[in-house]
Design a binder for this molecule. Structure first.
Ligand code: ADP
Ligand code: MG
Length: 235
């Protein structure tokens, strides 16, 4: 595999083509942004943590029948993946109210939800990733109803597997964001699953161990990312 030119530079990662059109390399950066790019900074070592954590969780999910883009970790910051056509819908899975949901429905952060909530956002930076529903998705042609049924079922399965696994590490999975892609006629889980894209709270103390430490200037940001890596890798 020969790595080619960069085809996309996002807020947290870079994507490179390879000599195989079905494969891409994802490079994880230490750059951190929040509030749709309004707040910018660096979290030293974040790229390494997010790469290793994502790959660890993708492998765990594969063992439970959830297919992802993960192919092979190349080094601490670079991973070979199936090059998918990203479905421009971000899927948010919520178990406990926090963040924007707490604001929207007036539930204090930490309020348990009676059932898992799925939210969809149109992946468009210029529009600020607005929340949409399944009829918008169909009306805009972002995905077919069949694709959305697959995506919703996969998202709930990911939630089931990760919630149980993380509880064993004394971590509460509050909520998380997933992206999916089309690949050879199938839907694959893509992008990343990391402290950038999940809310992880210590199950005993409620301490936040995720990107909210950066968003809200809570301090010990690097330490929180390392703590997640340590718990997952059993250090
Ligand atoms: P963003 O600023 O859009 O969140 P990131 O910094 O997260 O971008 O960079 C990763 C980009 O690569 C995202 O736009 C994501 O949708 C896309 N991506 C993730 N996995 C794959 C994949 N397997 N194939 C192609 N693109 C992918
Ligand atoms: Mg991203």
């Amino acid at each position: 595999m020969i790595q080619g030119k960069m085809i996309y530079e996002g807020k947290a990662k870079q994507v490179f083509v390879t000599d195989d059109p079905t494969l891409a390399v994802i490079h994880y950066k230490d750059d951190a942004t929040a509030f749709n790019g309004l707040k910018r900074g660096t979290v030293v070592g974040k790229g390494v943590v997010n790469n290793l954590v994502s790959n660890h969780l993708f492998k765990l999910l594969a063992g439970h029948g959830v297919e992802s883009h993960f192919v092979e970790q190349l080094n601490d910051r670079d991973t070979l993946v199936h090059r998918v056509e990203i479905v421009p819908v971000e899927v948010i899975v919520r178990n406990i109210a926090a963040g924007s949901l707490s604001k929207r429905i007036g539930y204090p952060e930490g309020t348990k939800l009676r059932c898992t909530v799925l939210e969809y956002c149109y992946k468009d930076d210029d529009l600020g990733d607005p929340m949409i529903n399944e009829t918008h998705i169909a009306a805009m042609g972002l995905a077919t109803p069949e694709e959305m049924a697959t995506i919703a079922a996969m998202a709930l399965k990911v939630n089931e597997v990760l919630t149980a696994y993380l509880m064993g590490l004394n971590l509460s999975l509050i909520d998380f964001k997933l992206e999916f892609g089309r690949f050879e006629g199938r839907i694959l889980l893509a992008d990343e699953i990391s402290p950038d894209t999940c809310r992880f709270w210590d199950a005993r103390t409620g301490e936040k161990l995720d990107k909210d430490r950066f968003r809200r200037d809570l301090g010990d940001v690097e330490e929180a990312y390392q703590e997640i890596l340590n718990r997952l890798m059993g250090a």
